[in-house]
Structures are given as structure tokens and as C-alpha cells.
Design a protein around this ligand. Structure first.
Ligand code: NAD
Length: 510
């Protein structure tokens, strides 16, 4: 690795502010060395059959399950999550994705027959082959699953990986690297580089064959601009400002519970967190009262049985404070919360409910990424959809109604990569469903067949079936070729039998 004096970054426990460890701040030279190793190992890995690769990844998952308690401790110490959250959202989601791809991945990567259309004397199909080395850059909010998801997808597809975990959660990244290093003979298929933005930028510019980036819109734009210089393809999984629409016929028991969980779990630091609620005016007062009462009962702490933990990153707490202050200055009212937890070290912010909000406020338009739930009354579904779509983001959304057909109709009208009806966030847990954003929430998809094919080159193959000596359009081109082709296209594309038959007769020039 680097010949320069090694540099380090510190990682903190956000629950206490204590320094946990120092890890290397890898240079561009270190990144290049890691990519070199990954490239060296890629051919052997790609040469394995899909079941052989799956077997190896399943063995990594076995080790992950054996180490579940240790992994949860590391995740909680760097993020402030509760162990229950870490197990459910980080480990279960990872285990399930590996299960899904081990079972269905071969089909997604199998050759795909394509009808040859007019070329009836040809065979056509599409194949998927690995890209080579994939660079993965991940955020701090779900540092395990959001790093493992692109890693295992790229591996199942036959690539090797160099990844850079967030500088806020590098220890989780190093635990991931250990899982891969300690299983079997293919220890070089996944390599971690640690560091901040400069290390990430070096990875984007390192000559990898694709970048899968998960993080903020602002950084995503920088990644895409840097990748454009070498035309390196990108998957961008970016931020959101997910709307929740509560219709006049919603089951409020469920809608209130869903609003709280989707807004406050992981202290609101979920890309698909509910960040704004539009409630039909006829149910607004009841909904707000019930949300406020339930929010005051949320237990914030570090113990089993607590509901939410601390926030993870000081800069994010400042953004939350800024958005709440901006809303209040413009006339919003804080019904509960609205401040840091007093008398406690670490990054603790109270679950907060705001009303009197509108789209002139950052709290309704910019990603807040904290435990804050702003609620707005609307007059009917059309206004709710208009406001939901009044956003630069389009990651996830939710619709709450007892009429499922109405829910599905509304889901169809919302500009978003994902929508849930009478639930929120959990579309991500269905790993067969492609996941990703529209508008500024991202480009490309993870999960599902698309999430595997994203890490492949697609090759279209055409095979001549009959071995005729020549094609009708080869040289020398027969004089009759043009008129014959004209008759043929009329025969094939004219609509209705009579019109097709007419095509065989001499035509008047028009
Ligand atoms: P971030 O953009 O600050 O950082 C993400 C990663 O990019 C980090 O590893 C960081 O070191 C790296 N990075 C920074 N500058 C870089 C550069 N110039 N080139 C390459 N890499 C660089 O995001 P964050 O604060 O870690 O994460 C929170 C954001 O991520 C939120 O906006 C959230 O919505 C989004 N997010 C999206 C999804 C999704 O799937 N759509 C999931 C989780 C989080």
C-alpha cells in the first residue's frame, strides 16, 4: 500500500461521543493497489459456475450469522442504533438478499431468448457477463446492509469488489471485509479501503468497471461527474423526502403506527423515512392528536425494549435543527420534541411533530434525515398527490386507505421509484422487487433481476440458422430487391387481412 506517511480518521460512538478507533485514511495509491488485487482475482471468480459462487457467498452468510452478536455490537456502537433495529434492518435484510439471489440469481443471469422478428432465419439471444471490478461507496445510516447489498449483487454476477464504507462507520466496513477474508479460498474477491470523500473520489477514478454509490444527492452528482470523465457507468442510490398520504377512509390505528415507525425508526435516518404527511382535512385533527400522544410515549435509549436510539452524525443533527428552526420561523408549530435531549451526552434528538407547515419550508422540501414528522392537512386525493409530487425527490412513498383499489390508483400517480399501500419502507424488504429512485433520488436499481443484471455487460448475439449461401440484400444487390421489399413491408405491417392481400397487387403511386 501507500509509501507516504499513513493518515488516519477517527470513528466515534454517537451515543457518548467517545472515540472508538482510528482507521487508515487510504490514498489514491492505496485505492489503485486494491483495485489491482481485485482485478487479479476476478478471472478465477468469474470462471466459477453460478452455484459455486452462490455456495461461497452462502458460507460468508453462515459466518455472518455466527458472528451476529459481534456485528450488531459494532453497528450499534458506530451508529447509535438499537440492537433490535440492527438485527432487523441490517442482518435480516442482508441474509434475505443472499437467500433470494442464491435461489433466483441463476435465472436472472441465464441467456435470454429473443424473438427474431422479421429475421426468421436467425436465432437471437442475450447473455450477461461480469463487468470486472465494481467499486462500492456506502453511507453511514445502514452501514452493513447498504454495503453488503451491492457487494453480494456484484459477486453473484461474477465481479470482484473494492468498497469504501462511510468515514462515519468504517469499523462496520472492516467487519464486512473480515467476513470475506476469512471464508475459503477466494479471500481476494472483496477489499475495503477506508477514508473520506477523497478516498471515494479516488475509487470512482480508479478504472473500476462500475460504481455503485449510495449516499446524498450532492455527493451523487459529484460521483457522476467524476465517473463521466472515463464514462464509468454508475448506479446512484440517493436521498429522499418520502410523502405519506392519509386518505379520508384510512384506518387510523394502522396509519398512526405506520407514521411513527417510518418517521422515527433509526432516529429518522432512513432514506425512505416518512418525511412529510398529507392528511385529508376530515381526519386531520384526530390523526395529529393520536400521533402526538403516541410520539410522547416513544422510548429513546440504548436498552432492549427502547424504541429508538441516538442519531449518528453531528452534521445531521445540525441539519435537523436548521430545518426545524426554519419551519418555526415561517410559522410552523412544534407539538412535541423540537430539540436535543437535554442533559445527555451524544447525538440525542427528541422525536418531533410539527404542524402549520407548507412547501415554503425546508422541512417539507429538503431531506431532513432525522426524527421529525411534519403534518399538513389537504383537501382530497388530488391535492395530496400534487403536493407529494412537488419534490425533487422520488424514492419511496406511502398511501393509507381502506380501499385498496383507490390505494393502487394513487400509487400509480405518485412520482416515485417505490410506493407502499398501507405500509411504508418495507418494499425494500421484498428483495425480488427492484429498488431505487426517480428524479434526483437516483439512477438504476438494486434488488430483483435488474439488481443483478446491473452488474453485468449485456451482450446481444445473433446466429444465422440455415447457412444459406447469401442474404437477399448482399452484393450484388438484385434489381428487383427494392420493389420486392416494398411489397413485403406492406404485407407485414399493413393492418387488416384485406389490406395485406392488396399489398400483393400492383400499387398506384401516391
Ligand atoms: P454522503 O453523500 O455524505 O456520503 C456517502 C459516501 O460517499 C461516503 O462513503 C462518503 O465518504 C463518500 N463520498 C463523499 N464525497 C465523495 C466524493 N467526492 N466521491 C466519492 N465518494 C464520496 O452521504 P451520507 O451522509 O453518508 O448518507 C446519507 C445520505 O445517503 C442521505 O441523503 C440518504 O438519503 C442517502 N441514502 C440513500 C439510500 C438509497 O438507497 N437511496 C440509502 C441510504 C442512504
Amino acid at each position: 500500500m501507500s509509501t507516504q506517511t499513513p493518515q488516519f480518521i477517527e470513528t466515534l460512538d454517537p451515543r457518548t461521543g467517545r472515540v472508538l478507533a482510528r482507521v487508515p485514511d487510504h490514498s489514491a495509491e492505496d485505492v489503485a493497489a486494491a483495485v489491482f488485487v481485485a482485478r487479479d482475482n476476478q478471472r478465477a471468480w468469474a470462471a466459477l459456475s453460478f452455484p459455486e459462487r452462490a455456495e461461497h457467498i452462502l458460507a460468508v452468510r453462515d459466518l455472518m450469522l455466527d458472528r451476529a452478536e459481534t456485528l450488531v455490537d459494532v453497528i450499534c456502537s458506530e451508529t447509535g442504533k438499537l440492537p433490535s433495529e440492527a438485527v432487523m434492518t441490517e442482518l435480516v435484510a442482508t441474509a434475505e438478499l443472499i437467500h433470494h439471489y442464491a435461489k433466483h440469481g441463476a435465472k436472472a443471469l441465464a441467456d435470454e431468448k429473443v424473438r427474431p422478428g422479421t429475421m426468421i432465419h436467425k436465432k437471437a439471444y442475450r447473455t450477461f457477463s461480469p463487468l470486472g471490478v465494481v467499486g462500492v461507496i456506502s453511507p453511514w445510516n445502514y452501514p452493513f446492509v447498504l454495503t453488503m447489498t451491492p457487494i453480494v449483487s456484484a459477486l453473484f454476477a461474477g465481479n470482484t469488489v473494492v468498497f469504501k464504507p462511510s468515514e462515519i462507520t468504517p469499523l462496520v466496513g472492516l467487519e464486512i471485509a473480515k467476513l470475506f477474508a476469512e471464508v475459503g479460498e477466494y479471500s481476494g474477491i472483496v477489499t475495503a479501503v477506508t477514508g473520506g470523500g477523497a478516498t471515494g473520489d479516488a475509487l470512482v477514478r480508479s478504472g473500476v468497471d462500475k460504481i455503485c454509490f449510495t449516499g446524498s444527492v450532492a455527493t451523487g452528482k459529484k460521483v457522476m461527474a467524476a465517473a463521466a470523465e472515463s464514462l464509468t457507468p454508475v448506479v446512484l442510490e440517493l436521498g429522499g423526502k418520502d410523502p405519506m398520504i392519509v386518505c379520508d377512509d384510512a384506518d387510523l390505528d394502522r396509519a398512526v403506527g405506520g407514521a411513527l415507525w417510518s418517521a422515527f425508526s433509526n432516529a429518522g435516518q432512513t432514506c425512505m423515512a416518512t418525511e412529510r404527511v398529507y392528511v385529508d382535512r376530515s381526519r386531520y385533527d384526530e390523526f395529529v392528536d393520536r400521533v402526538v400522544t403516541a410520539t410522547r410515549r416513544i422510548r429513546q435509549g440504548t436498552e432492549p425494549g427502547d424504541d429508538i436510539g441516538s442519531m449518528t452524525f453531528e452534521r445531521q443533527v445540525s441539519i435537523v435543527e436548521r430545518h426545524v428552526a426554519d419551519a418555526v420561523a415561517k410559522g410552523a408549530k412544534v407539538l412535541t420534541g423540537g430539540r436535543r435531549v437535554s442533559g445527555r451526552d451524544g447525538l440525542w434528538y427528541e422525536p418531533t411533530v410539527l404542524v402549520g407547515v407548507d412547501h415554503t419550508m425546508d422541512i417539507m422540501t429538503a431531506e431532513t434525515f432525522g426524527p421529525v414528522l411534519p403534518i399538513m392537512a389537504v383537501d382530497g386525493d388530488d391535492e395530496a398527490v400534487r403536493l407529494a409530487n412537488d419534490s425533487i425527490y422520488g424514492l419511496n412513498a406511502s398511501v393509507w386507505t381502506t380501499d385498496l383499489e383507490r390505494g393502487k390508483r394513487l400509487a400509480g400517480r405518485i412520482e416515485s421509484g417505490n410506493v407502499c399501500v398501507n405500509d411504508a419502507i418495507v418494499s425494500y424488504a421484498v428483495t425480488g422487487l427492484p429498488f431505487g429512485g426517480v428524479k434526483e433520488s437516483g439512477i438504476g436499481r438494486v434488488h430483483g433481476a435488474e439488481g443483478l443484471q446491473a452488474f453485468c455487460d449485456s451482450k446481444s448475439v445473433l446466429v444465422d440458422r440455415f447457412g444459406m449461401k447469401r442474404e437477399a440484400w448482399w452484393f450484388p444487390v438484385p434489381k428487383t430487391f427494392g420493389p420486392q421489399m416494398t411489397r413485403l413491408i406492406r404485407l407485414r405491417y399493413r393492418r387488416g387481412l384485406v389490406n395485406k392481400v392488396k399489398a400483393l397487387l400492383p400499387q398506384r403511386r401516391r
